[in-house]
Design a protein around this ligand. Sequence first.
Ligand SMILES: Nc1ncnc2c1ncn2[C@@H]1O[C@H](COP(=O)(O)OP(=O)(O)OP(=O)(O)O)[C@@H](O)[C@H]1O
Ligand SMILES: O=C(O)[C@H](O)CO
Length: 516
Amino acid sequence: TYKILIVTSSHPLLTFVRRRKPTLCKMSMDSRARKVFAAAVEAVQPDTVVRHSVERKEDSAIIDGHKFPLKHNLHIVGFGKAVLGMAAETERILGDHLVKGVISHNKNSHFHHSHLLLKDNNCIKVIEGAKHNLPDANAQMAAEKIKHLASELTEKDLLLVLISGGGSALLPAPIPPISLQEKLDVTRRLAAAGATIQQLNTVRLALSLLKGGGLAQYAHPAQVVALILSDVIGDPLDLIASGPTVQNEVGPEDVLLVLEQYKLLNSLPSSVKDVLGRPGTWCKVSEDETDKAEHVLNVVIGSNSVALKHAGLCARELGFRPVILSPGVCGDVRLVSRLYGLLARFACSREEPSPDISAELLRLGPEVGVQTWDLCRTMQVLGEGRTEGWGATCLLAGGEPTVKLTGKGRGGRNQELALQVGLELRGLEPPPIGPVFLSGGTDGQDGPTEAAGAITDARLYEEAQAQGLDVDHFLINNDSYTFFSQLSAGQHLVVPGLTCTNVMDVHVLSTQSELQ
Ligand SMILES: Nc1ncnc2c1ncn2[C@@H]1O[C@H](COP(=O)(O)OP(=O)(O)OP(=O)(O)O)[C@@H](O)[C@H]1O
Ligand SMILES: O=C(O)[C@H](O)CO
């Protein structure tokens, strides 16, 4: 048997969970969940996160409590899906001291968001590349220009480095003699074999001139400040966009382990073997150069946690008691859906839930990146809600679960998760009393589909059956987008359009124990 230990928390995310009964709300559960998701995305818009972290005080920039004098010495480089908006806001705040900049940004950007655009006649060169999140000649040209800009700087200069998800593909600078195609082949094969982003970037940074701290080294002796919008669980500075401003601490054994695990060691191009065999590859900033690190400040200015925190504030305004479970949900969507199904049962139960539910939750949690402590805290809050009579709870989590692709259908991990959770909820009350679950990618695009995700409830299975849709068939074929497009004329899809940001996925599980 499991005992739930209740310990007083200093968890920063818990600070806004106050003991007061939320206000009533007449809006539907579906609309409220969608609003909560929208608030999460809004909080991590590129211009917003820059505005909240860069303060202008006369001729200085204040960032993370540090003061950087501005004397027409500011340079900007950036790479990632959100950097255009980040650069536009930086330009608004510090533009009068800006000398030059280069931004590597995805093709097919969303130019209708005027507040995320640079001014006309600006001095930042925008290069568009990596159309399908794969490095290409344009991205390589951008990387070359960024390297050139960095290497020309002096100790009087300030280099702002804007980094967001997708940055690795937008900054390819393979160490010669490795060609772009050879590097791409290695990373593609790793990705296809199921390597995680941590594993992929461990290899990427060992094969690159700029990743793994290389960019900061080129910029030395200039002052480097990196503003980072994190799209990796746990916000590891060295792995987000492969850490171009973070001293590389990856050793040969780490890289070889990854290549061995995915059986690539014996089929590497000779150029890659050659580079991996060189001692210099392994530490871009050598020990006698550690003072270089003192010229570098890395600041995470936006993350999944920030999105969840604001989602929680919105949930409260909409009459829910917000509970943040975790920003680190990962693992197979089937396991993750089981976790949410159990949490929904736990939350909706009018009596003390069966100990079997808590036991299974505690067993499952760590398998999907949710710490036992976070689960205990969540169950405690839900339990208090039950005894003290709070009606509506909004459980929030985020991260990046995975789907094992077995079929050839159209879908994404968020839509597949929503579908699976819908099945898990079967048998519970339908809304407005029963739970509603939403899963959405904060970038607005779930896999290769137009939707960010989907929203489901306990009626999903019956609704599909009544419309002649065989849920299992769609699931086996990883065809969640087609399923949700056909179900009730696409009403369950969440389609915000591309959002210009990316802090992984957000999950919203709202429950209401009684009709308000
Ligand atoms: N038919 C499908 N059904 C379910 N998941 C899919 C399907 N096709 C692709 N995926 C998943 O979608 C993911 C790729 O989608 P996406 O481009 O949104 O990636 P991402 O990891 O979110 O990228 P980024 O970090 O740039 O947002 C992969 O995890 C892949 O397994
Ligand atoms: O660009 C990358 O490496 C991924 O988006 C993780 O940051």
